[in-house]
Design a protein around this ligand. Sequence first.
Ligand code: ZN
Length: 242
Amino acid sequence: MEQITLSGIVLSAMPIGEYDKRLVILTKERGKITAFARGARRQNSPYLAGSQPMTFGEFTVYQGRNAYTLTAVKVTKYFSETVKDFEKMSYGMYFLEIADYYGREGLEASDALNLLYVSMMALTNEHIPDRLVRVIYELKALVINGEYPDFFNCSNCGRSERLNFFDVKNGRLVCAECGDNIKRLVHLDDSTLYAIQYIITAKLSKLYTFSVKEEVLSEMESVITPYFVSMVDREFKSLDFI
Ligand SMILES: [Zn+2]
């Protein structure tokens, strides 16, 4: 049978039968796939390390009628070893759940995969607050999937200056003048808007190269997280631990 090697990350692993695992892997080449790892729960299994969530690697599989079967794994990065802190682990699991939500079989996923990689790396970086990593990940996941609002022009008059308010309920940006007549807006400092615009346009490799003040971070949270929640129709279990 023909074997193929795919680069990806294990999103989830479920025990099957006595010794096997059913893996959901987000792959660059074929999107989200399901692969069975036979004997992966045996102590001497060659898949033991490579069949844990958060493991990046090269997965060799053969394609059956309904699913793939794993035949070899070459681990390149094993984040469950570096992300030891419980809270960081919960953020990491949350990112995997989001990748699972957007992943589709047959849909190439190199951006989603790279976003996961740089975000997991950022979680291991002591200098970047986890809360910042979360909002950056949420916004960039929306951008990759084409579901983000216009953060460059007022949704009411089209102006590109004094964009200091966000209407969370309707998911739109409004300028200071138009904002006078609308209720319940979240205020955006110029630096908050700039940070959001940066996240939207930055290359993935440059995504985690800035830091922000607490006020800016909390404004970002009050805009990005509710907007993200309004765009996805799933509750993420890992959030219960954060
Ligand atoms: Zn306006």
